[in-house]
Design a protein around this ligand. Sequence first.
Ligand SMILES: Cc1ncc(COP(=O)(O)O)c(C=O)c1O
Length: 221
Amino acid sequence: MSEPLNDQAMKDKKREQQFTQTAYDLLDGRHHGAIHVPIYQNSLFAFNSYEQFEEAGKELLSHHVYSRGNNPTVQHLERKLADLEQAESAKCFASGMAAITSAILSVVEEGDHIVCVRQAYGPTREFLGSYLARFNVETTFIDGSTIDHWREAVRPNTKLLYLESPTSMLFQLQDLRQCAAFARSIGAISIIDNTWATPCFQNPLALGIDLVVHSLTKYIG
Ligand SMILES: Cc1ncc(COP(=O)(O)O)c(C=O)c1O
């Protein structure tokens, strides 16, 4: 049994804690009962020991180490979005374009071919047509309103069918179920930008699409 602390020792201990206590120590896992998940604005998270930090590094997705990777507020949003889209999981980025380019880059490599709707969001077309072309990834832009357009555009090296339905500006539609089934039949991945419809009106994953991307500053927000 340790000796009870006298008044001065108690004060010193408290003072010491004021310096050493971190947000991590204070976190009770329920965000102190806050009704809404608070906005965590920190970049780094502290650990009680170096060993704990090392363990966390082995499984970054289930720990909070650095906010660009995993942040409690963003993680909450990701869970909500996954539920709304009936998805296994979701990943948030700093912008819709960051989500779109990351999704596309996760699928293609040098020498691959992409088929994309002509009326997709402008910067997406720019990324596909100009940036990816520099890395020998070619994109064919099509109307996409009938499955025949997709059938005619694919090549043996087509890796990705990129949809946006309704499209930007003209609100043209694609048949999601048919496109998803066709992509699967040729061993390609299908991605859709679901920004316009939102999961309130359209659940692309339930129709067989592989990946859904959003710009959260639009209707869903
Ligand atoms: C359909 C669509 N997709 C993607 C984006 C890009 O999103 P962000 O501006 O968040 O990069 C936009 C933005 O207007 C959009 O309208």
